[in-house]
Design a protein around this ligand. Sequence first.
Ligand code: PMP
Length: 344
Amino acid sequence: MKRNEINALVRKNIASLCPYSTARDEYQGGIGIFLDANESPYENGFNRYPDPHQKSLKARLGQIKGMATENIFLGNGSDEAIDLIFRIFCNPGIDNAVAIAPSYGMYGVAAGINDIELREVQLGNGFSLPTDELLKACDAHTKAIFLCSPNNPNGNAFPREDLLRIIDSFRGMVVVDEAYIDFSSIPSLKEEVLERPNLIVLQTLSKAWGMAGLRLGMAFADEYVIRLMSAVKYPYNINKSAQDSVLRLLEESVEGKVRETVSERTRVARELEQLSCVQTVFQSEANFLLVKVNDADSIYGQLIEEGIIVRNRSRIKGCESCLRITIGTREENDRLLSSLRTIK
Ligand code: PMP
């Protein structure tokens, strides 16, 4: 799709929106007497509004990710970006979106909040991407397709050619949620946004980067799409404390921790496969394993009694009898394994 075709997908009220202009948009000089934003003048480290454009943080993340700042949106978690995509492209009560299932629950919740029908297309055998079925589920009112790769809750990554085929065939926005990409051997699609203005790639600092508590999600997209997201977001969506803390934490490499999580994933998967209560450990490119067990409810309850909390996904279609287990530290994983060994 071309950039001018994206314009036609945008809700009319958003395309004509005049975004809020902050005091700091109007005056961008450094030092002075700031009597423009009705802030408190008494310094305590937080009395001034934060940078609404997150310039320093975007510059640093741009360096790390190899992307221009014009192609980066920063949100209060990637959950903010998911909500904004519905608000920008989907007319409430009229338009719809398509998503794979099972997948991340917030696509459905954000669709519901925005009064948008979410059409879920079940993954194929072995959680494969049902490319044709996804495209068939779309109609003239489908504005977005949500894909998640590696997918939550099972952890597989979809072939790049299949994802590109959907992006290139669909006349609407395609969101590829790469929350778990740092644990995957498969490369990100983010550079493809430069050629494909209907692609939005989501990533987050909540997983591999260890900053879930700071709430920092990223969207990579064509600069026109980024401008729309920036116009619709709350002006000060990333608070000062988060901007400063993220910048500081980005200086510490997480490579070693990611490598350890990936090698623990292999070890835990192998150990789980030996257990009598385990039927299948699904192949994962993420920091969790979906595990089919003999009796999910009972094992979930027994683990809780031992102070080990996993996610019971057994009531989700396609995940019957399954628990989703996050990879912890080596010691935590050993505790999990030894608890499971006592279960018949
Ligand atoms: N996408 C997926 C696939 C996720 O699993 C999650 C969190 N569980 C998110 C997005 C949201 O991440 P964030 O913390 O950045 O809002």
